[in-house]
Design a protein around this ligand. Structure first.
Ligand SMILES: Cc1cc2nc3c(=O)[nH]c(=O)nc-3n(C[C@H](O)[C@H](O)[C@H](O)COP(=O)(O)OP(=O)(O)OC[C@H]3O[C@@H](n4cnc5c(N)ncnc54)[C@H](O)[C@@H]3O)c2cc1C
Length: 505
């Protein structure tokens, strides 16, 4: 331990908290993580039952360079912790407008090789090949313009904003929407949905989010996607292991109830039975919980009101289905598109109701890792985007069991009609997760799964910054903070926050 070693307290062992702890410990500080649940990972979790293994949260892993950067702080090389496999095809798509006869074959396959995907485009929409290529190029251009200036920039001081291409907001499509950008380049209703879907990767609507979010396709379609053998939860286990190797103390079943402050500094963090003195606090709790609950005695009413105005991202209705059957035409990642995308997003984000004809995503990881399901079976992670809960509450929320079951039944029937014949009778294991689960288990604001949404032009700039504006030694990490939700951005929030914290120390 260096003489200048400080007491660092991290609230929450989600991906943001674990990454922050790893980096601070690698610099020789004494780090403690306090986690309310009995396992790490937060929303990136796993269930194993009767030989089926399900990741319960993230399934698409992108931006490998961020993971490499994070593990450069670990004691050992990344390869000694994790085994990655790159995804090809990237995704199988079913679209009723393209479906030929009663075939259960996918309507479109998105390959890692762009030329093979362009061949698919020329098969389903020959007039849109050039438009497809233009959208790929535009996405790469947006990535180039926003990665260093926005995503990797903590935006902590006013001068950090100067790097942003303020005069270039037109140039990054900030005044348009994703939907308008896409519609300008392709006519095929299927290809329009194909590109718009990427906006859901940060829980937003392509019809409301600024065109800048058309940056996301580049990340998957050009930079690639990966799976981790044993499930994406292995990323959590690897981070936990790397933290323990560097001497981090992890306290599970420790629900932080209060952050104590003195003279614009946090001095202590407490659970109902224990206090932890702190020189620096990194909070991985949902950013709304700081002003509303954890530091409620130290903040102004104005701060509380502005926190409550943060618009949460979409939530998820998730079915985990262990089936004793497999379907040859299912890939690892699969999308069954709704007919009317505009109506679906209107239901989610304007009406606040579960979509009547939802787009359904299925992750079937046993295609890549047969040990994820018993021989001949499948471990289906079925996700439908749904609205977050209507209101923020302090206490636990409840829901009607019959509403949950009837929506689950509707999804299963729908999938049977789209080619997964015999699905219902093959189910041996079933779990249902809803927005109430995400709120009660991880205290995510209104059960959102990606933190805050980007459903307005300025939302991306208004996310809570990685350093608290008033408490000089309080840092915020995770999907509800800058730069946003999803694994790579959450890891980036921890890289941003720790670089600021280490600078100040
Ligand atoms: C169904 C689903 C699908 C997803 N799909 C993808 C995907 O394909 N790709 C992708 O990149 N991302 C995906 N995501 C999003 C991704 O999982 C999240 O962005 C990321 O895991 C969030 O990490 P975090 O550290 O911000 O927060 P969390 O995971 O919420 O971690 C916060 C931790 O803090 C703990 N905590 C909170 N309050 C307290 C307190 N007061 N005291 C102690 N502990 C506390 C919580 O228990 C939790 O462990 C998905 C998420 C879900 C749920």
């Amino acid at each position: 331990m260096p003489a200048s070693s400080k007491n660092i307290v991290v609230i929450g062992a989600g991906l943001g908290g674990l990454t922050s702890a790893l980096i601070m410990a690698s610099e020789g500080h004494k780090v403690s993580i306090l986690e309310r649940n009995s396992i790490p990972g937060g929303k990136c979790s796993q269930i194993e039952e009767k030989g089926y293994r399900f990741d319960t949260g993230p399934s698409v892993l992108t931006m490998m360079e961020t993971i490499e950067e994070v593990f450069s702080y670990a004691a050992k090389p990344l390869e000694s912790y994790l085994e990655f496999t790159s995804m090809d095809p990237l995704c199988h798509y079913w679209d009723r407008d393209l479906q030929l006869g009663s075939s259960s074959e996918p309507s479109f396959v998105n390959y890692a090789d762009l030329q093979k995907t362009l061949d698919e485009v020329s098969r389903v929409a020959p007039n849109d090949v050039q438009g497809f290529q233009r959208l790929i190029d535009l996405s790469a251009d947006l990535y180039r313009k926003t990665n260093a200036t926005f995503i990797r920039n903590p935006l902590a001081r006013a001068k950090d904003l100067k790097g942003l291409p303020l005069l270039d907001l037109l140039d990054i499509e900030a005044f348009s929407s994703v939907s308008k950008v896409v519609d300008k380049h392709v006519d095929s209703p299927f290809l329009r949905k194909f590109f718009k879907r990427f906006t859901t990767y940060n829980g937003s609507s392509p019809f409301l989010a600024p065109g800048t979010l058309h940056v996301i396709p580049h990340v998957e379609l050009t930079l690639g996607a990966w799976y981790i053998m044993g499930g994406l939860f292995q990323l959590v286990k690897a981070l936990e292991k790397a933290c323990l190797e560097l001497g981090v103390h992890i306290y599970y079943d420790h629900d932080v109830e209060q952050i104590h402050t003195k003279h614009q500094h946090v001095v202590e963090v407490s659970t109902s039975s224990q206090s932890f003195p702190a020189d620096v606090v990194l909070s991985n709790a949902d950013s709304i919980d700081l002003p509303i609950r954890l530091a409620s005695q130290s903040v102004t009413q104005r701060e509380k009101r502005s926190a409550l105005k943060q618009q949460p991202s979409s939530s998820g209705f998730v079915l985990l289905l262990g089936t004793n059957k497999s379907w040859d035409h299912l890939g690892h990642h699969n999308i069954f598109f709704s007919r009317d995308y505009a109506r679906e997003f209107d239901e989610i984000f304007t009406q606040g109701v579960y979509p009547t004809d939802p787009t359904i995503y299925i992750s079937n990881t046993s295609v890549s890792d047969p040990s994820d399901a018993p021989k001949g079976g499948s471990n289906l992670f079925v996700l439908v985007n749904v609205p977050p809960l209507l209101e923020h509450t302090l206490g636990r929320q409840t829901e009607s069991e019959s509403d949950r079951s009837s929506y689950a039944e509707a999804i299963i029937s729908h999938l049977e009609s789209r080619g997964l014949r015999g699905l219902r009778e093959s189910i041996e294991v079933q779990h249902i997760h809803t927005p109430v689960h995400y709120f009660n288990t991880y205290r995510s604001n209104r059960g959102a799964i990606y933190g805050t949404s980007s459903n307005s032009r300025w939302a991306a700039f208004l996310r809570p910054r990685n350093v608290h504006p008033r408490f000089k030694n309080l840092y915020r990490v995770g999907g509800s903070t800058h730069p946003g939700g999803g694994i790579p951005l959450v890891l980036q929030s921890a890289l941003n926050a720790t670089s600021l914290a280490l600078d100040r120390l």
